[in-house]
Design a protein around this ligand. Structure first.
Ligand code: IDP
Ligand code: MG
Length: 153
């Protein structure tokens, strides 16, 4: 990967799938100029959910969070681009949709902190760990978008 290019893990959580918002959420990343280099629908197992959210173990919302993320299919994606980790977190917005800024996914489509539609990695270390939890190296694709020279100087 070239200088400044990062990969981040994005999950469209079960509410996004159940509410028919997959396409709109994916479109935001495509239109921004970010590149989706891996994507699949899946049902998250309890084991994977507990690994993914291990930092929250013991918190009052942990059990509800595990029930939520395992309750219906999700879409898992690896999103690549310049400064992608911070860039995607900005597009996603604050954890609580009531506090998220207009124009963010959580503000624009969600109401409740326990149904906040989407996950995105929060640091390079987390991104690496989370991508490895959800994808094999062979599932991550190398290709160039044909608009790359119009997205980047
Ligand atoms: P993030 O998703 O914005 O990184 P985290 O603090 O890492 O937020 O929390 C992980 C997820 O746990 C949140 O996205 C949300 O689904 C859930 N969560 C966090 N805090 C609460 C809460 O107070 N009540 C219910 N769910 C929560
Ligand atoms: Mg987090």
């Amino acid at each position: 990967m070239s200088e400044g290019v990062e990969r981040t893990l994005v999950l469209i959580k079960p509410d996004g799938v159940m509410r028919g918002l997959m396409g709109r959420i994916i479109t935001r990343f495509e239109e921004k100029g970010l590149k989706i280099v891996a994507m699949k629908m899946m049902k998250v197992t309890n084991e994977l959910a507990e690994k993914h959210y291990e930092q929250h173990k013991g918190k009052p919302f942990f059990e509800g969070l595990i029930n939520y993320i395992t309750s219906a299919p999700i879409v898992a994606m690896v999103v690549e681009g310049k400064n992608a980790i911070a860039c995607v977190r900005k597009m996603v917005g604050a954890t609580n949709p009531q506090e998220a800024e207009p124009g963010t996914i959580r503000h624009d489509y969600a109401m409740d902190i326990g149904r906040n539609l989407i996950h995105a990695s929060d640091s390079p270390e987390t991104a690496k760990r989370e991508i490895e939890l959800f994808f094999n190296e062979s599932e991550i694709l190398n290709y160039e978008r044909c608009d790359v020279d119009w997205v980047y100087e």
